[in-house]
Design a protein around this ligand. Structure first.
Ligand SMILES: Nc1ncnc2c1ncn2[C@@H]1O[C@H](COP(=O)(O)OP(=O)(O)O)[C@@H](O)[C@H]1O
Ligand SMILES: [Mg+2]
Length: 257
């Protein structure tokens, strides 16, 4: 007598899921910044603390435009990535200006394509349920409606950590908010050695050197550089813009403008 058929036709056909052990790391390389990274040692250490070994899974870097959120997030991601079996993926919401494009962007960043009749989000969830990766979502403030997508990602992928940059918090349960402060600016009267240690002065000097190869921080110009950094409230973007002008104006002349 033949066995009754055990095929359960009510269950969907399983997808050809690549076992975790066989597959390469999911993600491609993180975006490579075109300029050197400066300082932020304390910030990176403080950001790592909740992520190392605790159950914080959503960290949001907040701050005004130009404060250095994206650079800090990329730096942190580069440090953390080796600890994630499936790597890290970066998506910028500036490039995906609709909430319904966020999940497809995540799928694309992770190399999951839609095949057959199943929805892309189902496919993503099935393929990556156990994936251990770091997802960086940049420029979240453009798309507050994407909060539900981030919530879905956190629920669907229990081993995923999400790092968001945004002018304002995402406002989801379990979110760890970290405000990126302006770069520290020492008083102009501080010694050259101490001035040269400050993030703001280092950023100015690095960008001034990129614009003008023979630019050097000296006991004469360093106090003016500190005053310029004060004038722009230590905002990295503004420091870079000021430093780029050393090709036409000395720090002292720049300050008098
Ligand atoms: N720690 C840093 N080292 C080097 N450059 C920085 C740093 N922080 C910010 N910048 C530069 O300042 C500008 C603004 O930084 P960004 O990360 O884009 O700010 P935000 O994402 O907050 O708008 C960028 O050109 C960036 O490269
Ligand atoms: Mg940014």
């Amino acid at each position: 007598m033949s066995e009754p058929s055990r095929v359960d036709h009510t269950r969907p056909t399983p997808l050809p899921i690549v076992p975790m052990t066989d597959r390469e790391r999911l993600s491609g390389p993180l975006p490579a910044p075109r300029s050197s990274f400066v300082g932020r040692t304390k910030e990176i250490a403080e950001l790592r603390r909740p992520l190392d070994g605790s159950d914080v899974r959503l960290v949001t870097l907040t701050g005004p435009g130009g404060a250095g959120k994206t650079r800090a997030a990329l730096r942190l991601a580069a440090e953390l990535e080796p600890g994630y079996a499936d790597g890290a993926a970066f998506i910028s919401l500036a490039a995906h200006p609709r909430a319904d494009l966020v999940l497809p962007a995540i799928a694309q960043a992770l190399g999951v394509r839609q095949t057959g009749s199943r929805s892309l989000s189902d496919q993503l969830v099935i393929a990556l349920r156990d994936a251990h990766f770091l997802l960086i979502v940049d420029n979240f403030e453009h798309l507050l409606a994407a909060a539900t997508v981030i919530s879905t990602v956190l629920d669907a992928f229990p081993a995923v950590t999400v790092l968001v940059t945004s002018r304002t918090p995402v406002r989801l349960a379990g979110e760890h908010v970290y405000a990126i402060q302006p770069m520290t600016v020492p008083e102009a009267g501080t010694s050259l050695a101490d001035l040269a240690e400050a993030d703001s002065i280092q950023l100015f000097a690095a960008r001034a050197r990129a614009a003008l190869a023979n630019f050097r921080l000296t006991a004469t110009n360093a106090p003016d550089v500190a005053r310029i950094c004060h004038r722009v409230d230590g905002l990295p973007l503004a420091i870079e813009l000021a430093a780029a002008r050393v090709t036409v104006l000395s720090p002292a002349a720049l300050l008098s403008r």
